[in-house]
Design a protein around this ligand. Sequence first.
Ligand SMILES: CC(C)(COP(=O)(O)OP(=O)(O)OC[C@H]1O[C@@H](n2cnc3c(N)ncnc32)[C@H](O)[C@@H]1OP(=O)(O)O)[C@@H](O)C(=O)NCCC(=O)NCCS
Length: 172
Amino acid sequence: MIRNADLSRRNRSPLSTEDLLIRNCKAGDLHAIRRIEDVSFDDPYSPMVFWALYLSSNRIFRIASFNSKVIGYSIAKAETKDKETFAHLISLAVDPASRKKGVGSKMLEDTISQTKEIFQSCKGIGLEVRTDNKSAIALYLRFGFQRTRTIPNYYGIGKDALAMELHYESKW
Ligand SMILES: CC(C)(COP(=O)(O)OP(=O)(O)OC[C@H]1O[C@@H](n2cnc3c(N)ncnc32)[C@H](O)[C@@H]1OP(=O)(O)O)[C@@H](O)C(=O)NCCC(=O)NCCS
């Protein structure tokens, strides 16, 4: 991922996930996604970036909705190198009011499942995350992602990224 996360944390009561719906993003969701983006990252993607991602091919753009309100989104793209397809998690964010209730985990599970279903012969998924984003790193480790390398100054001077990968053959 290419931005810096707002790392503020709050304790929340558990959310019943019975009414949680994860589905493909529609154009009408982009406004709500922007709001989540703006409160989740220090350097949010612009509306143009979201439109470009929305209109692009070879991408999976999913949203989580609770009681018809968009509370999270994830975007993954297919990348082909040496004739092998690997997914790249471009972004994942949950509305601060809905965090720590299992929504991020459900979105990641859904995104992994979608990449396997939609990206032909997808070998795995990779991402970048800020090295001080403990919550996101813990989430990825729980799903079996491995740390592959540190990328110095990826998010700006002194702000390093951790690259992580999940190979589907090994766990999924
Ligand atoms: C990273 C992020 C997507 C995680 O979303 P989330 O909805 O909070 O994820 P989950 O609820 O599935 O898991 C987060 C934590 O809540 C805990 N949790 C899940 N369900 C819970 C429940 N019912 N009660 C209490 N805790 C719960 C999990 O164990 C996990 O704990 P940990 O942080 O100690 O590892 C979210 O924090 C976010 O949007 N951050 C800002 C954007 C960002 O950093 N994105 C990733 C960039 S790489």
